[in-house]
Design a protein around this ligand. Structure first.
Ligand code: EPS
Length: 395
């Protein structure tokens, strides 16, 4: 129904995005996108690059007087580093010239796309792989997906996230944060959850864990190491019936899993209490069906994470992701020089110690995109008003 493409390299001039298929009449301003671009830079543990980038979106087409017009929406994001960082990355991604005087990168980092990418595209210099595989791309991803997020927002569907683990520091069980999250939703909907998480330097909903995680990151930094972690995405206001069991590629859970795993560095995904489902008997696992006071079917619990048979069931959607530690670290790892074939230690370029808080905000955006796509499949129209009317008629 809707699609987006991104282009651009980490130390190139700019990132470009094209969003296609949005109905006409969705409110959209640069401010809406910039709010979430700024949130993507939250998080203790980012490296020097965080001080360089401004990340202010330029909307080039597809929006008139603050509303989408049904035409492709073109977005541009300057890489401030391109101008401000020439001493570190002098013209490494120059479009013209023969690359004379530019050192080749020949030591692939274990855990990164470096080696597989160079082998795949036949490069003797890993630089082009590093540049496009970089999580810098997620800035444009957030921008593109925020277009769909603002539409969801207008329809009463809200997306939030919070970090549940940073390396060795984390909540023991989902039960230990569930009550707090539900309280926040009660007070201010899903936005209250992400706003509360944004107040923590690691986006965790616990002062104690925030302090412990910050210390953990400091120690990892001092030891020249990097850290992964985990996060939870919560979506409220989702109507029944998004996605379908009728065909494998229409299943909402499969589509959400793909959206999470498509984010750089993500290695695992869980819908609701997915992992616990492997060790809990059915009688304790499946969410009992009840009718609420308004006569609607609801569930007494939400282990299914709001999706059964690949279809949304009207309960909040819960998706959890796990990110591996960043593969660029000061501590060396064993590798082989692709130019000489000799065993070598890896070499360090500037990096983050962890970017799990950032990944959690990117995951919010990609989840919003999948839900908007599934929503337009069911209730789509050429105009936002048609979408709203169809949604209100069915729900
Ligand atoms: C990244 C390495 C770092 C990160 C970057 C992703 O950049 P640099 O190599 O310039 O220090 O800061 O993330 C971003 C620039 C961003 O916008 O998130 C990597 O290798 O993936």
């Amino acid at each position: 129904m809707i699609r987006y493409l991104t282009a651009g390299e980490s130390h190139g001039k700019a990132l470009i995005g094209i969003v296609e298929g949005m109905p006409a009449g969705v409110s959209l301003t640069a401010g809406d996108i910039n709010e979430h671009l700024a949130r993507r830079w939250l998080g203790y543990g980012r490296g020097g690059r965080a001080k360089i980038e401004l990340d202010e979106i330029e909307i080039l087409s597809g929006v008139r007087f603050g509303k989408t017009i049904g035409s492709p929406i073109a977005l541009r994001l300057e890489n401030a580093s391109h101008l401000k960082d020439q001493s570190n990355w002098p013209n490494v991604m120059a479009v013209e010239g023969d690359g004379e005087g530019i050192d080749k990168v020949t030591l692939p980092r274990p855990g990164h796309a470096d080696l597989a990418g160079a082998q795949k595209y036949g490069f003797d210099d890993i630089r082009p792989v590093i540049e496009r595989a970089s999580a810098r791309e997620t800035a444009m991803r957030v921008a593109c997906c925020t277009v769909s997020r603002t539409m969801l927002r207008e329809l009463g569907i809200d997306v939030a996230s919070h970090v549940t683990r940073l390396g060795a520091v984390g909540f023991k069980m989902p039960d230990s944060w569930r009550e707090h999250v539900e309280e926040l939703i009660e007070q201010g909907g899903a936005p209250a959850v992400y706003q509360a998480a944004d107040k923590s330097v690691v986006r965790m909903l616990s002062t104690e864990l925030t302090e412990a995680a910050t210390e953990h990151i400091k120690k990892a930094k001092a030891a020249g190491d990097s850290l992964g972690g985990a996060y939870e995405i919560i979506v409220t206001g989702v109507p029944v019936g998004l996605g379908s069991y009728a065909q494998w590629d229409r299943r909402l859970d499969g589509r959400l899993a793909q959206a999470i795993l498509s984010i750089q560095g993500q290695k695992a995904v869980e819908i609701g209490e997915g992992f616990a489902g492997g060790s809990t008997p059915g009688s304790a696992y499946h969410d009992p069906i009840i009718k609420n006071q308004g006569g609607q079917f609801v569930r007494a619990s939400n282990y299914a994470g709001g999706i059964e048979g690949g279809v949304s069931n009207g309960m909040p959607i819960i998706v959890r992701g796990t990110m591996k530690p960043i593969p660029t670290l000061i501590k060396t790892l064993d590798t082989v020089d692709i130019a000489t074939g000799e065993a070598q230690p890896t070499r360090y370029e500037r990096s983050d110690v962890t970017s799990v808080p950032a990944a959690s905000t990117v995951a919010e955006a990609t989840v919003a995109w999948v839900l908007a796509d599934a929503l337009l499949e069911r209730f789509g129209g050429d105009t936002f008003e048609q979408v709203r009317t169809r949604l209100e008629t069915v729900c």
